[in-house]
Design a protein around this ligand. Structure first.
Ligand code: ZN
Length: 480
């Protein structure tokens, strides 16, 4: 009996042990599954926390208007070769305020127009701060010029009719940019962000040293920055929604007197054709002394666009690095001093210059000098965005030469640093110390067409670099 009992107890005990073991196994499985889930969530840290919205608006002019960028055009544009667009991307991390990226097919959207767009957005009930709004001009030279940009570029006063057309286009553009931004803000849905850096080589340094100074021609051994950072926005279902990228090159393949977004627009169009429904956006890096090569044919702009798109597609088909929040957006205004100004007799002498642009410029500044109203420095706002510890974007106004992009990637972690120029304003060229020392168009003559009294004083590179360094979080800086 005892033996039977013992056997029965043994069986019961075995059954109990099996049940206990099964329960333990179930528990382990549950724990493993939970751990697995946590691991999976760990692989998708941005999935639950981002919301993104995007919008695209056609900004092609519907009436004749003077185009920006080149001073040798003598009439309003003669047709549309390819439409131009503005694209807005709203990004919100968790409960933070949104950050807004707006790319515009235009040679130079001035700070005043950007300020009006920002004011209208906020009047519509949004609270978008100056530091969380980045507006990137593509710098295509085949889009309408805007009020106040390069006032002496044509070497003559524009007719009243031409000025009215420019003003009218600026009004329409302001309304459309505001509309695009608000649409993107309202469109925000859960999203995943990731990014990667590729390489494309058609940008070439255009500052060639000769015995008589700097000449604008291909410099095969000059400094370049061929990086192509690409940010991808997808929905929680993995569906591609936005591709945002940047390339350090002048958007000057073309010099036609027709509307065309140049290589930046061809790049976007190629991506949007490959991925129907996707919005593609392009900013410009520190490419002020870089020209596309080859150039001048319509087919060249397409060629560059396709080359960029192929590289972007290659990147987005590979694993990309997650972009995490929060987004810390900082802005700092510095003053870039001008060099020693001519005196009144010198201005008067210059008004007789054979070059009409120089003479016009001198006539204007002679009046200002007589009233002692010439500014001594240019206010300049640098903007730095840090996406958690995953991505640093540095946004600089103006036509910034390549040395700045290379320097900021040298001073910070290059694998996490993305530098844009032509952002928030395009007041003039921004020469590095090296370019200032060498002189030439980018450092000197271009200041006349842009309407500044003279070139910058020595040392503006350090002023800008110090401001950027103040805004960059320590975790991105290279240990020295
Ligand atoms: Zn330019």
């Amino acid at each position: 009996m005892d033996a039977v009992k013992t056997l029965a107890n043994h069986r019961l005990s075995r059954q109990n042990n099996q049940m206990i073991a099964k329960a333990a196994l179930d528990q382990s499985l549950k724990l493993a599954m939970a751990a697995g889930m946590l691991w999976l969530l760990g692989q998708m840290p941005c999935m639950a926390d981002w919301r993104a919205g995007a919008a695209s608006v056609n900004i092609t002019p519907t009436q004749p208007v003077r185009l920006g960028g080149y001073g040798n055009r003598t009439s309003e544009h003669a047709g549309v070769e390819m439409p131009i667009h503005a694209k807005a991307l709203a990004l919100t991390w968790d409960q933070e305020a949104p950050a807004m990226i707006l790319t515009v097919d235009n040679c130079a959207v001035p700070a005043a127009l950007r300020g009006e767009v920002l004011s209208r957005i906020n009047k519509a009930g949004w609270e978008l701060s100056d530091s969380r709004f980045s507006l990137h001009s593509s710098h295509t030279h085949c889009a309408p010029t805007l009020p106040g940009v390069r006032p002496f570029i044509f070497g003559r006063e524009l007719s009243i009719e031409e000025q009215l057309h420019i003003q009218s286009y600026a009004e329409t553009l302001t309304a459309k940019l505001t509309e695009a931004v608000i649409h993107a803000l309202n469109d925000q849905q859960p999203a995943k962000l990731d990014w990667s850096i590729g390489k494309v080589k058609f940008a070439m340094n255009r500052r060639f040293k000769t015995e008589t100074g700097i000449s604008n021609k291909r410099n095969f051994s000059g400094a370049v920055d061929h990086a192509l950072p690409v940010l991808r926005v997808t929905g929680p279902d993995g569906k591609l929604r936005v591709i945002y990228s940047s390339y350090a090159c002048h958007c000057t393949t073309l010099a036609i007197n027709k509307i065309h977004p140049d290589w930046a627009g061809c790049f976007q169009k190629e991506l949007e054709l490959r991925f129907p429904g996707v919005i593609a956006m392009t900013a410009i890096g520190c490419g002020a002394d870089q020209n596309p090569f080859p150039r001048r044919e319509l087919s060249h702009a397409v060629l560059h666009g396709v080359e960029l798109a192929k590289e972007a597609v290659r990147l987005i088909n590979l694993p990309m690095k997650p972009v995490t929040g929060p987004v810390s957006c900082a802005m700092k205004e510095v003053r870039l001093p001008y060099d020693t100004l001519p005196d009144v007799p010198a201005w008067r002498q210059r008004t007789l210059d054979q070059n009409r642009k120089t003479a016009m410029h001198a006539s204007y500044y002679l009046r200002q000098a007589e009233m002692e109203k010439i500014p001594r420095a240019l206010p300049y706002k640098v903007q730095v965005w840090a996406f958690g510890d995953s991505l640093l974007t540095i946004n600089l106004p103006g036509e910034v030469v390549v040395d700045y992009g290379l320097r900021f990637k040298e001073e910070n972690d290059p694998a996490r640093t993305w530098v844009n120029a032509y952002t928030n304003d395009v007041p003039c060229y921004i020469p590095s110390q090296r370019v200032w020392d060498d002189g030439g168009y980018d450092a000197d003559e271009s200041m006349i067409v842009y309407g500044h009294p003279t070139r910058f004083a020595i040392g503006i590179e350090e002023i800008i670099a110090r401001a950027v360094a103040e805004l960059v979080p320590g975790g991105y800086k290279k240990k020295r």
